[in-house]
Design a protein around this ligand. Sequence first.
Ligand SMILES: NC(=O)c1ccc[n+]([C@@H]2O[C@H](COP(=O)([O-])OP(=O)(O)OC[C@H]3O[C@@H](n4cnc5c(N)ncnc54)[C@H](OP(=O)(O)O)[C@@H]3O)[C@@H](O)[C@H]2O)c1
Length: 219
Amino acid sequence: MPTVLITGASRGIGKGFADYYAAEGWRVIATARNPDGLAGEALPLDVTSDSSVTSLVDSLAGEPIDLLINNAGITGPRGSGVGNLDYDAWGEVLAVDAIAPIRVAAALADNVAKSERKLMVFISSMMGSIGQTHSSDSILYRSAKACLNQAVNVMSHDLKSRGIACVLFHPGWVRTDMGGAGAAIDVKTSIRGMTNVITRLGIKDNGRFINYDGFDIPW
Ligand SMILES: NC(=O)c1ccc[n+]([C@@H]2O[C@H](COP(=O)([O-])OP(=O)(O)OC[C@H]3O[C@@H](n4cnc5c(N)ncnc54)[C@H](OP(=O)(O)O)[C@@H]3O)[C@@H](O)[C@H]2O)c1
């Protein structure tokens, strides 16, 4: 039975991944800042905290993880632009969206390397694509996801030597607390699309940035 570990599994897309893989018969390790009430195997994880990440690694005791899904994310205050930038909030968005996924991936690289699938998925956003940005909105979030994209790109060259493939996804504009009620697709559609693609991923896909429907996204 393959094992998947998901960050930010308390709600939204992270919960969608947990429900999907549980229904498929995988061993699901759902992590959240507050894991109370989560179904199945649930462990506490604040992705921005070194000690929380270390406790998670210790409690896994070297067990293989086939698929690591770095999903946890925040947008920070919306509407920031030149003239009203909240630099403290920007630091928080960078900490959660760009630095934390690398921290978690580095800490769990040994667990992933000893698994069958050896796959790390990072939930980024189309809003992190520099080539697709023709807008002045969401500078905090867009820049944090662009930073994540480059950090994963660089890390993918490193982890490839251990047989690990790293792939970035845009999940679509999804109806969650973050995406809002007016978003284009529901969580099930996003998860169905991404899991269809994930099933076929291997080392040949290392370093790709993929839309939930399988099409590559320009950086
Ligand atoms: N929804 C969209 O349209 C959309 C589009 C593009 C990309 N994305 C990306 O998809 C991912 C999931 O988004 P979503 O729409 O499901 O958002 P969401 O409904 O707001 O859920 C965000 C999740 O991240 C967790 N989280 C936040 N900070 C955390 C931390 N420090 N440690 C651990 N967990 C933390 C939250 O946990 P708590 O419950 O503890 O707060 C929650 O489980 C994010 O990376 C987001 O940027 C979403």
